[in-house]
Ligand binder design. Structure first.
Ligand code: INI
Length: 181
């Protein structure tokens, strides 16, 4: 039998990533993005927006992130999609609705497409807690970048081979039922 795990030693110069970022609380999401870019760059990815490896897509807030993540994952142009957002608890139940939909939607985008979609949405009680996780103490953006690299590597290894068709066909042309999930 075989052990499969993602590794960080491959030539990834042809890999492509999409990063979907919520503008809401951009004091935090800008910093998450910087941490994520730093990780990708130091693993050899050209993070320049004018380059060929990373596309950046800004959306109003975390609630909109899953819809766009699913759309870009469906294109099968990317090895991984990274979702970044910051949901901070206020005085209203809005937090719970936005957080629940973001988590469910991002999981569904990955599950329906077979493309790794990284859940890089911070959910915290205060702005201070969010900032601590976005650069003051550590920067979870780095971890989200690393998760994308690991999952992209792993899913490449698990890709159906030619002789495994029709599973291979399924990857490129998922049946409607699967897409509707
Ligand atoms: N969006 C966030 O990304 N974080 C939040 O903390 C937040 N709160 O608390 O309201 C938030 N709301 C906006 C939401 O994501 C949508 O953009 C908006 O409801 C329009 O659909």
């Amino acid at each position: 039998m075989t052990v499969f795990e993602g590794n960080f030693t491959e030539d990834i110069s042809s890999w492509r990533f999409a990063i979907v970022i919520g503008r809401f609380n951009d004091l935090v999401t800008d910093k998450l993005l910087s941490g994520c870019q730093d990780c990708l760059k130091r693993h050899g990815v050209d993070v320049n927006p004018d380059g060929t490896q990373v596309d950046y897509i800004w959306v109003p807030g975390s609630f909109e992130v899953p819809m766009v993540a699913r759309q870009v994952a469906l294109s099968h142009r990317y090895d991984a999609v990274i979702c970044l957002g910051a949901i901070i608890r206020g005085q209203t139940p809005h937090f719970d609705y936005v957080a629940a939909e973001a988590a469910k939607g991002i999981a569904a985008a990955a599950f329906q497409t077979g493309v790794p979609v990284v859940f890089g949405i911070l959910t915290t009680d205060t702005l201070q807690q969010a900032l601590e996780r976005a650069g003051i103490k550590s920067n979870l953006g780095w971890n989200y970048g690393l998760s994308a690299l690991e999952m992209a590597s792993l899913m490449r290894q698990l890709r159906p081979r030619d002789e495994d068709k029709p599973l291979g066909l399924l990857e490129n042309n998922p049946p409607q039922a699967l897409m509707e999930g």
